[in-house]
Design a protein around this ligand. Sequence first.
Ligand SMILES: Nc1ncnc2c1ncn2[C@@H]1O[C@H](COP(=O)(O)OP(=O)(O)OP(=O)(O)O)[C@@H](O)[C@H]1O
Ligand SMILES: [Mg+2]
Length: 353
Amino acid sequence: MARVSIQLSGVSKRFDHTVKGEVYAVRDVTLAVAEGELLTLLGPSGCGKSTTLRMIAGFEEPDAGTISIDGKDVTHVLPNRRGIGFVFQNYALFPHLSVFENVAYALRVQGKDEASIKRAVTDVLGVVGLANYERQQPHQMSGGEQQRVALARAVVFQPKVLLFDEPLSNLDAKLRVEMREQIRSLQKRIGITTVYVTHDQEEAMAISDRIAVMERGQIVQDGTASDLYYKPKTEFVARFIGRTNLLDGRVASASEVEIEGQQLPLSTGRPVGSTVRLVVRPEMIDLTAAGAGEAGTGRVLQRTFLGEKTDYDIQFGNTKIQACRSDAFRGAAFDVGASVRLSFDPANIHLLT
Ligand SMILES: Nc1ncnc2c1ncn2[C@@H]1O[C@H](COP(=O)(O)OP(=O)(O)OP(=O)(O)O)[C@@H](O)[C@H]1O
Ligand SMILES: [Mg+2]
């Protein structure tokens, strides 16, 4: 498998939208995907993920900027000349063709001989776990099986690049997890450079080498799942990846921050008196029993037992804080109404401003 990279430089795309008028679907996107990397475009509906992917594939032409694959400028090259395998949300299989013919299609277009078509199709069906399904018709198969045919069809002609647009959103939750693991292992095995689109943050975290978070046509941050979780650059990213508390405070001393009029032990390294916004994930908060009304305490509003952990909503001054504990069954669980002391390990806390 040839190892290729993808480079987008200053890519923009505008549409005339019947309702919204002229919209920038994608605005000045610069992005590099390394050889063999699986990069995910993640963001809410309408943020420009599919448009970006479709420009890489050649289904849309950018208004500005350039796209190169394997170091060659393909900005104005036709889709079928780009060597790209594309997997869509709705599978897009040919309903009247057998599994074999669906997968063989691109090879027939390329004019390959019958023997090598047979060999390639049989091989790839084995790889996606559909050996012996050659004569099956798409309507005789489950959604998960159909999506595997679509995957086989996308990789059978050994494309340089693989693109996925929400490939799992028509499948049930269990199958989604199974399929994303299969896609991931296939992608790593054949080492193909891949761009994957989803609006599901958990799927993105599970499948990606790197994630680029999009908001209103732009990439606001890219990094590993753990970069985005622990060091989000903006409030949008902090809220989009995982659950979070955004707490506004004032540095009260070298070792304390005042939040909601209460002093909490935390050294920020910032000058005394400066304002800070903290990203505090629920699992980073330590809860201990406290007397009512003591300094640095809040009141339990709600408790949700979830088996492996217990979630708490805590009223802390005027702020509602989400916390969770994983050892609830061993330690005493806090009752609704109980006073709890909140503390953080400063090493975990990220400052937004
Ligand atoms: N062909 C088109 N004509 C007009 N507007 C379009 C067209 N395609 C996309 N848009 C607009 O461009 C913006 C980005 O659309 P895009 O399909 O890239 O979003 P997306 O991130 O893939 O969203 P979703 O998660 O819902 O699939 C949206 O505001 C959309 O309405
Ligand atoms: Mg889309």
